[in-house]
Design a protein around this ligand. Structure first.
Ligand SMILES: [Zn+2]
Ligand SMILES: [Zn+2]
Length: 259
């Protein structure tokens, strides 16, 4: 079974390709359960996401595609939601979708994974940034509003590695994720970034396995050709940490599958 729950659409203004092209590529790649989780609307960083007025259209488009393709592939509908206190919206958090991915892309409004703002890293102590990042992940888990943690160690995107032991840095966040019964995604996008590693690292995955946190898989595709890329290697990474089952979601309920 191949599961891929994190893929974008044109609506976020920084992706390309039609919904049909993504689905066709997913079918070609042998994906069994394919989910769209486009960037949810928010009154911050509006440039890189759909507007609130587009939600109904987005949801209808994916639901319709799910029916059209149901004999070839299972399509799921979700959102990737920014954990950004003060800017999250109940229309998104209560959307009637299959799952919500919670992602930290901002620390006090700093888009740390955006190359435009990479200069800000120079003014920071790397370990402190990692501490703040994992504190936000822990808060997100405690909110219990999301099913999946997006790219757990995105903070490494440009290769800034902490001096402190990662296991110590991430412990509280992983305990919170386990307590909230969330899943973690293995996300291939990190291989396309300067860090050139999948998210999360094997160390973090092993910690997750020890806590019985389920995993799922993510191309995080922003172009149809990125769908399914290095999925085999993501599975190997999950197996190396001990996993043999992965999660998918329907109406915000988890289902487990052998992969
Ligand atoms: Zn994106
Ligand atoms: Zn993301």
């Amino acid at each position: 079974m191949t599961i891929d729950l994190h893929n974008h659409t044109l609506r976020c203004n920084h992706a390309e390709g039609t919904v049909e092209q993504y689905i066709q590529k997913a079918i070609d790649e042998g994906i069994d359960i394919f989910g769209f989780a486009d960037h949810a609307p928010m009154d911050f960083d509006e440039k890189y996401r759909m507007g609130f007025e587009e939600m109904a259209e987005y949801e209808a488009e994916i639901r319709e595609a799910a029916q059209t393709y149901e004999d070839r592939i299972l399509i799921r509908l979700g959102y990737e939601v920014d954990w950004l206190p003060g800017h999250m919206d109940e229309r998104v958090l209560n959307a009637e979708v299959d799952y919500l991915i919670g992602s930290v892309h901002f620390l006090s409004g700093w888009g740390f994974d955006n190359p435009e703002f990479i200069g800000h890293w120079k003014e920071q102590k790397v370990d402190e940034v990692w501490e703040r990042y994992f504190a936000e992940i822990a808060e997100m888990a405690r909110s219990r509003r999301f099913e999946i943690v997006g790219h757990l160690d995105l903070i490494k995107v440009f290769g800034h590695k902490p001096e402190r032991d990662i296991r110590e840095l991430a412990e509280e966040a992983l305990d919170a994720i386990a307590a909230a019964e969330m899943s973690l995604e293995l996300n291939a996008a990190g291989w396309r970034k300067p860090v050139a590693e999948a998210y999360p690292s094997l160390d973090l995955l092993r910690m997750a396995y020890d806590r019985k946190i389920p995993v799922t898989f993510a191309s995080d595709a922003h172009k149809p050709e990125q769908v399914g890329w290095r999925m085999r290697e993501l599975k190997l990474l999950a197996r190396e940490a001990g996993y043999s089952e992965a999660a998918s979601y329907r109406n915000r309920a988890r289902q487990m599958h052998k992969f």
